[in-house]
Design a protein around this ligand. Sequence first.
Ligand code: ZN
Length: 77
Amino acid sequence: MKTYCQSCMMPFSKDTGVRENENYCSLCFKDGKLCYEGNDLKEFQNICYESMRKSGMGKLKAKFFTFMIRFAPRWKN
Ligand SMILES: [Zn+2]
C-alpha cells in the first residue's frame, strides 16, 4: 500500500481531494488520467510550484516540496 503520491511525493494523508488512483494524489491524477502526462521533470516541477503558491503555500515550503518531487518513483530513471 502506497502512502504517498508516486508523482509528486505528497503524502496521501495531506491530500484533501478525492483520490481516483492508488498511486497518485488527487492533484496529479484527475478524470481518469494524469494531469501532467509529459516526461519533463522541470516542467512538472514548475506546474506544482505554481499550484502550491496559488493554494497559499509560502515560498520556502513550496520550493522545498518542489525539490522533493525529483525523488518520486515516477521520475526515477
Ligand atoms: Zn501527486
